[in-house]
Design a protein around this ligand. Structure first.
Ligand code: AOF
Ligand code: ZN
Length: 362
């Protein structure tokens, strides 16, 4: 096996932390000596061992003289755990191949510098794109102070997301809805609007046997009309109700029902400022956020240029012209003023199609 193949193995190991590592990044590590693995590890949970430390534990005294393949620059800081760079130096590692630098300002090059200063042969950049793809949310939050935002929409072939009366159960079939569970599970927050909660009374939970953590549920509710009996208030994981008027009897009733209330400034249209919402979610260490809302809120995120990825499920039926659109957006009067999206991939789930797209960078 060559460097690329060993790094490929480290990338695959990192995936082991997919539903547990947040707010930390997914990281994998392989220790190789004379063409054979002597230790492997990944980062499972914040507060527990980092990938390198887990791999060193497995290797024990065989770690001397190895090459360490790691998907992220080894850390140099004392966080919840001691610095990995020091652990690698202490174990007598000969060479470190990292896929990418750690964007965390506490690390950012210091880990690589420590290793080099100790005389270790260090390379960085092997399979960097693949490593970055493991952690879009962590990287974006470290670089910009905002989470990575996915907007999910289920629509009919004629671009409708609900009947005129708001009925939307179910546009897509069980296979597409099972796929949505995976996007929820890897997100730290699920954002929806009060309209969706009043219309559907959704749970917005992860219901997967192998996943035991629940993302924070976030309801945008400027007028605080969420009923304290809403199902999502009874689910584990916690519900954040975002408003711009918290000083009301409804706020007291919702708090008593288990909700946490947060007041954010209103944007120009007197609705909650979505940029301020994302700032708040990043402060709460959310790396990836999934918006599962109706056409108004989904459209507002798009119009504000706050979407990193759009996930659209298209069901093979037609709902007619008075059904609701998928996205409420301002009118487009010239072809060159339309919103062009870059397709990322297309997959099918039972009878439905899934398109992943990236809106234009702003
Ligand atoms: C690594 N290997 O496996 C991970 C790293 O609070 P702590 O001690 O868990 O530190 C968290 C930070 O460490 C995190 O923000 C990121 O910069 C880095 N994560 N580093 O060398 C790992 N998970
Ligand atoms: Zn570390």
């Amino acid at each position: 096996m060559n460097d690329v193949a060993w790094m490929g193995r480290a990338l695959a190991l990192a995936e082991g932390g997919r539903y547990t590592a947040a707010p930390n990044p997914l990281v994998g590590c392989v220790l190789v000596h004379d063409g054979a693995v002597v230790g492997e590890g990944y980062h499972r949970r914040a507060g527990e061992g980092h990938a390198e430390v887990n791999a060193l534990l497995e290797a024990g005294p065989r770690a001397g003289g190895v090459t360490a393949y790691v998907t992220l620059e080894p850390c140099a800081h004392h966080g919840r755990t001691p610095p990995c760079a020091e652990a690698l130096i202490g174990a007598g590692v000969a060479r470190v191949v990292a896929a990418m630098p750690d964007p965390n300002p506490l690390v950012a090059g210091k880990g690589l510098a420590l290793l080099r200063a100790a005389g270790i042969d260090v390379e960085c950049g092997l399979l960097a794109d693949e490593a970055a793809a493991l952690n879009p949310g962590f990287i974006k939050r470290m670089a910009t102070g905002r989470p990575y935002v996915r907007v999910k929409m289920a629509q009919s072939l004629d671009g409708r997301s609900a009947l005129a009366d708001g009925e939307s159960r179910w546009i897509t079939g069980p296979a597409a809805r099972a796929d949505v569970q995976l996007w929820r599970a890897r997100s730290q927050a699920i954002v929806t609007g009060i309209g969706t909660v009043l219309a559907d009374d959704p749970q917005l939970t992860v219901r997967l046997p192998q996943v035991d953590c629940q993302p924070l549920r976030v309801v945008l509710d400027s007028g605080l009309s969420l009923p304290p009996t809403a199902r999502l208030l009874r689910e584990p994981g916690g519900t954040l109700v975002v408003t711009n008027s918290a000083d009301t009897p409804q706020a007291v009733a919702l708090t008593a029902a288990g909700a946490q209330i947060v007041t954010l400034p209103a944007g120009a249209d007197s609705r909650i400022d979505l940029g301020a919402l994302l700032d708040e979610l990043a402060r709460r260490q959310c790396n990836e956020v999934l918006v599962e809302a109706g056409p108004r809120l989904a459209g507002a995120f798009l119009a504000a240029g706050l979407v990193d990825e759009l996930i659209v499920y298209i069901a093979p039926h037609l709902l007619g012209h008075d059904a609701r659109p998928a996205f409420e957006l301002p009118p487009v009067t010239r072809m060159d003023a339309r919103l062009d999206l870059e397709p990322l991939d297309v997959l099918s789930f039972g009878p439905d199609l899934r398109l992943r797209l990236r809106p234009p960078a702003r």
